[in-house]
Design a protein around this ligand. Structure first.
Ligand SMILES: Nc1ncnc2c1ncn2[C@@H]1O[C@H](COP(=O)(O)OP(=O)(O)OP(=O)(O)O)[C@@H](O)[C@H]1O
Ligand SMILES: [Mg+2]
Length: 232
């Protein structure tokens, strides 16, 4: 489902004409199958978010190739990426990224509106998902009326609403306390089991390993431990 071949990325920093190239990812190769939960752990600055930004097309690699769903996406332009992301990916972020002026229901509904889905189908789909993440009683709440764990569950419902096969998550439990974290991890684990969604989870947090089938350790831009199978 996701194949990364000899991926390398350097950032250019400094004034024009005297830029320095800082290598951040070095020769990364990995292969992830449909239905897997894979986590990437590593210290701050090891290149985890950069890897996720490369996989989702927000930055272009210096060299190497990325295949998703057997398609070489490495040289996609912005328009191709925008379409591809809508079709294939759901995103979950540490800071939830909900729209504060929209209710729970409206936040989850928004991607369906943008896609031009009919009202009655939209309403049904959002209700079903809110029930799935246990928030049907909070449909009319605004984000600031929800706990962190509840906000993250709204963002998970939103990530799922266009039925992606891949969810990319950057520190999804980074803002949550241990109890709420377990609640969110349990939800992701069940979604993976029931719907076969591939989860690619970037994290600092060793707890996330408890739901991962495999874990990669990134150290200074290099995969140190590659794809160790974890007992779930
Ligand atoms: N846009 C950028 N321009 C220049 N350097 C950058 C840029 N983005 C990231 N970096 C550098 O790349 C390295 C890796 O950053 P990245 O954000 O991928 O780390 P991370 O593993 O996600 O860290 P954290 O756990 O703190 O989120 C860091 O040294 C960072 O300073
Ligand atoms: Mg990061």
């Amino acid at each position: 489902m996701i194949q990364v071949q000899s991926l390398t990325h350097s950032f250019s920093v400094g004034k024009k004409g005297q830029e320095k190239h800082i290598p951040v990812l070095k020769n990364i190769s990995l292969s992830i199958e449909q239905g897997e939960i894979v986590s990437v752990v590593g210290r701050s600055g090891s290149g985890k978010s950069t890897l996720l930004h490369l996989l989702s097309g927000y930055i272009k690699p210096t060299s190497g190739n990325i295949f998703i769903n057997n398609q070489n996406v490495t040289n996609f332009n912005e328009k191709q990426w925008a379409e591809f992301r809508l079709q294939h990916f759901g995103f979950i972020f540490q800071s939830f990224q909900l729209i504060p002026s929209l209710t729970t229901f409206e936040n989850v509904e928004l991607p369906l509106i943008l896609k031009g889905i009919q009202t009655d189908i939209r309403k049904k789909q959002v209700s079903k998902l809110l029930e799935r993440v246990g928030l049907e009683a909070h449909a009319t709440h605004y984000p600031n009326e929800l706990s962190g764990g509840q906000q993250q569950r709204v963002s998970i419902a939103r990530a799922l609403v266009l039925e992606p096969k891949i969810i990319l998550a950057d520190e999804p439990t980074g803002s949550l306390d241990v109890e709420t974290e377990n609640e969110v991890l349990e939800l992701m684990k069940n979604l993976n089991k029931e719907n076969g969604i591939l989860f690619f989870i970037i994290t600092h947090d060793k707890e996330v390993a408890s739901i991962s089938h495999r874990q990669f350790v990134l150290e200074q831009g290099v995969i140190k431990e590659g794809g160790v199978f974890v007992d779930v």
